[in-house]
Design a protein around this ligand. Structure first.
Ligand SMILES: *[C@@H]1O[C@H](CO)[C@@H](O)[C@H](O)[C@H]1NC(C)=O
Length: 438
């Protein structure tokens, strides 16, 4: 019972697994799981799998009869067939006998076929059709644990004969992220120009916003580099480290900038209140944790038992951060509304109030879109359009950056700008009506 539940969860999660899709080295160590997910990859009609297995060991309880290694093996299967497998498992059968899978080889084959000198078993496999497949290891021997080292390469062959290590549907990513870099590089230039033009009213927050755009541009550039190296060599060759570094600082900077804008820091008031500082003190360490989780997720893959724990930590931390950054905006809105009814500058305050409300809606939409809609897109788009989820993600981010930049840009304020009594009265009424609405 407990077993099939666990298998069910693993199978369910398998289609959520996104892989970095490079040549991977996995060390399975005394793993008791009946099913281990390795990777999911989109193949086109020229798909290949190339794998090496070494140091395989099967451990069984003392005194038990020898393990049957022909019921332990690797197979690939499609997401649709996984429901079938679940039924099979619930009925106590061995997944390796299921007709809906493509069995690659078993540990018995490894024993007989491995190179006598190096102890490595090499297996090449031509993927039968253009589909997305997940690779699993199944262990149908009760009460046994396995250890082994697995080197795995999934690739498609380009028309010119070159290997493409990015899955079909993600092979466009280097171009997409390079385009993203160009756009943010231009945006950073435009921002510097705007700040330079409106020198007199530039606040510290505007420099932070500029810094954020700059970091975003570098994140896109390193991401483009990383994907293009993976595409041609199967390895990110250090680009991933550069990417993690920039994406770490960009992640923290994004949340800091949203919190600071939300508090009105530097353009409404020069200081932070205690409760606003507390939000910062929660969000920054959580972002550090979230970024560590991202690195671990990308670098280990779902065959690692801790992978699922880290993924849950990441989701939880992300939700907490997303909620926490909304508080300062809500406080500012409340504060502005109170101020409007006491200081007699209703019209001025109404403009600010509207601005903060719009910002609130923008942040909520941004969070909602990038966390939920993109997630749904990633799990529902056909695998050969997988890049469209990344495109939607980047487009939403760009829209958010542009709108925020536009709404909070430094503007030349006209000191002689006075509102007439009529406008003031209208604003007061608008604020009064609102109190009844609430
Ligand atoms: C497996 O080993 C062979 C021979 O050493 C090597 O050519 C191949 O690249 C290896 N494959 C992987 C995925 O590491």
């Amino acid at each position: 019972m407990g077993l099939s539940w666990r298998v069910g969860v693993v199978l369910l999660l398998s289609w959520l697994a996104c892989s970095m899709a490079e040549i991977s080295h996995t060390h399975v160590e005394r793993d008791p799981r009946p099913i281990i997910l390795f990777e999911t990859f989109g193949f086109d009609s020229t798909g290949h799998i190339d794998m090496n297995v070494s140091d395989d060991m099967v451990y069984i309880p003392k005194g038990a009869p020898d393990a049957d290694q022909s019921v332990m093996g690797f197979f690939i299967t499609t997401a649709e067939a996984e429901t079938q497998l679940q039924i099979e498992l619930r009925n106590g059968g061995c997944v390796l006998d299921n007709p809906n899978i493509h069995k690659l080889f078993t540990l018995a084959d490894v024993e007989t076929g491995k190179n006598r000198d190096t102890g490595v078993y090499t297996h090449y496999y031509d993927v039968p059709d253009a589909r997305e497949y997940s690779m699993f290891f199944a262990n149908c021997q009760p009460n046994s644990v396995v250890s082994m080292k697995v080197r795995l390469a999934f690739y498609n062959i380009e028309p010119g004969g070159k290997k493409d290590y990015l899955p079909a549907g993600k092979t466009q990513l280097p171009k997409l992220f390079f385009l993203c870099f160009l756009i943010y590089a231009i945006a950073a230039g435009v921002w510097i120009y705007i700040c330079y033009r409106a020198k007199a009213t530039v606040h510290k927050i505007h420099w932070l916003m500029g810094g954020l755009v700059f970091l975003k541009a570098l994140t896109c550039l390193t991401q483009a580099g990383m994907y293009s190296w993976i595409k041609s060599t199967g390895q990110p060759d250090g680009w991933n480290i550069a990417f993690y570094v920039f994406s770490f600082f960009r992640g923290i900077m994004l949340f800091v900038v949203i919190v600071l804008i939300g508090t009105g820091w530097s353009f409404l008031k020069p200081f932070l209140q205690d409760k606003e500082k507390k939000v910062m003190m929660i969000v920054i360490p959580l972002q550090v944790l979230a970024n560590i989780a991202v690195v671990i997720l990308d670098e280990t893959g779902p065959s690692n038992r801790e992978w699922f724990t880290w993924r849950d930590i990441l989701h939880l931390v992300d939700i907490v951060c997303c909620c926490a950054i909304l508080f300062p905006i809500v406080w500012s809105i409340k504060h502005l509304r109170e101020a409007a009814s006491t200081d007699g500058k209703a019209a001025r305050n109404l403009i600010k109030l509207t601005l903060f409300r719009q910002f609130y809606v923008m942040v909520v939409s941004y969070i909602y879109f990038t966390r939920i809609v993109v997630y749904l897109l990633k799990s529902t788009t056909p695998y050969h359009y997988a890049w469209t989820a990344d495109l939607a993600d980047q487009a939403a981010a760009l829209l958010f950056y542009v709108l925020t930049g536009y709404k909070f840009r430094p503007v030349e304020q006209n000191p002689y700008f006075v509102l007439d009594d009529e406008e003031e009265e209208a604003a007061r009424e608008a604020l009064r009506d609102e109190e009844f609405d609430l």
